[in-house]
Ligand binder design. Structure first.
Ligand SMILES: Nc1ncnc2c1ncn2[C@@H]1O[C@H](COP(=O)(O)OP(=O)(O)OP(=O)(O)O)[C@@H](O)[C@H]1O
Ligand SMILES: [Mg+2]
Length: 337
């Protein structure tokens, strides 16, 4: 049997049917009274409606329904009773756009992953080759040379420390990226946390003659958040302010009130960051000056970790900076009264 599945076939099929009905009805209606004619017209109207309804439902609705169901599988609802064509068209388009976006995201994620692995191995290579060099020299007789043996062992040990640092940072990042629930949000004294971080970095700051100044200008010391993670944020931001500070400079850690929130700021008067780098600062492995940064032991993971932690608190990390003038990093946390 010929399939009635194209618009033209459906149109011909319907026209033939309706035309035949009309012929029969007019034939029957001939010589009848007005009332009977009215009845026939009504009957004709009803039959036409049913026929068209049947055809549309059968050939059109059913086909669309399949497509629509597929779309809705992704959207999680379905109301197939009142499918309307414009809606379907719009939703199919939205769906296609969404699919495209997802594909693009997967693609960039994949690129990101590749780049990331490349960066990791590159960063680990330097300390590994250093260690190999020192060990080799020791093996080649250096071990008996009291002038160099201890020195080389100490240097090798430094490279091991560096590797451990990198691996630990990577671990922190991957933890933050995989289980987002991991935050232990509690009320805690953020002044205390800031002072602890400052105490731990005091020695390092002294070496560069940088003074660390803390002031709480907010009405409280207590905020909601993950104490240990916020401690890490302070460690990373303050240690950056020292690493990229100027000799004799100053780092200020300050808290301000912002209605129900507290704004936390770490500001330095160091080397600053040029505008082009600002937008990339929080990317993993990004360093403004790769060589200089690596010399002073930077991997470019510190700020990526900071960003993750602040975002896990549903906040954003902000930075303002002027080259040769200084940089200010800030974020907010919810206050506890
Ligand atoms: N306070 C700052 N002043 C000037 N430049 C900064 C400052 N903080 C960060 N930067 C720049 O941003 C880059 C990225 O910082 P980030 O903390 O992520 O990495 P890092 O300090 O180089 O290494 P890591 O923190 O992993 O040891 C740094 O290399 C540096 O160029
Ligand atoms: Mg850093």
């Amino acid at each position: 049997m010929m399939k009635i599945n194209t618009p033209i076939k459906i149109a011909i099929f319907l026209s033939v049917f309706i035309f035949l009905f009309a012929l029969i009805l007019f034939y029957l209606a001939d010589n009848q009274s007005d009332n009977v004619i009215l009845f026939f017209l009504l009957l004709f109207f009803l039959i036409t409606v049913s026929l068209i309804y049947y055809v549309v439902k059968r050939f059109f609705h059913e086909k669309i329904k399949v497509v629509y169901k597929n779309i809705y599988k992704f959207k999680g609802t379905s109301r197939l009773q009142d499918l309307d064509v414009e809606n379907v068209e719009k939703e199919a388009e939205d769906w296609a756009n969404q699919q495209e976006k997802q594909m693009k995201k997967l693609q960039t994620d994949e690129n990101y992953r590749r780049e990331f692995i490349g960066n990791v191995s590159h960063e680990l290579k330097t300390p590994i080759f250093n260690i190999q060099g020192y060990v080799q020299t020791l093996l080649d007789g250096g071990i008996d040379d009291s002038d160099v043996n201890l020195k080389f062992l100490k240097r090798a040990n430094k490279s091991v420390e560096r590797m451990i640092n990198i691996v630990e940072d990577l671990e922190v990042i991957s933890k933050l990226e995989t289980d987002k629930e991991e935050l232990l949000v509690n009320k805690f004294d953020i002044s205390l946390v800031a002072r602890e971080a400052i105490d731990q970095l005091e020695m390092k700051a002294n070496k560069s003659n940088i003074s660390l100044v803390f002031s709480n200008e907010s009405s409280t010391d207590f905020v909601m958040g993950d104490r240990d993670k916020i401690q890490q944020v302070f460690m990373n931001l303050i240690s950056n302010s020292i690493k990229y500070g100027k000799d004799g400079g100053e780092t200020r850690v300050r808290f301000f009130d912002m209605e129900d929130n507290m704004m936390i700021e770490v500001a330095d008067n160091g080397i600053g960051i040029d505008e082009d780098s600002l937008s990339r600062l929080f990317e993993r492995f990004y360093r403004v000056d790769k060589n200089r940064s690596r010399e002073i032991g930077g991997t470019g993971l510190g700020l990526a970790i900071v960003k993750h932690i602040v975002e896990a608190h549903n906040q954003t990390i902000n930075v303002r900076s002027t080259k040769d003038v200084g940089s200010t990093f800030s974020f907010i946390l919810e206050k506890v009264k």
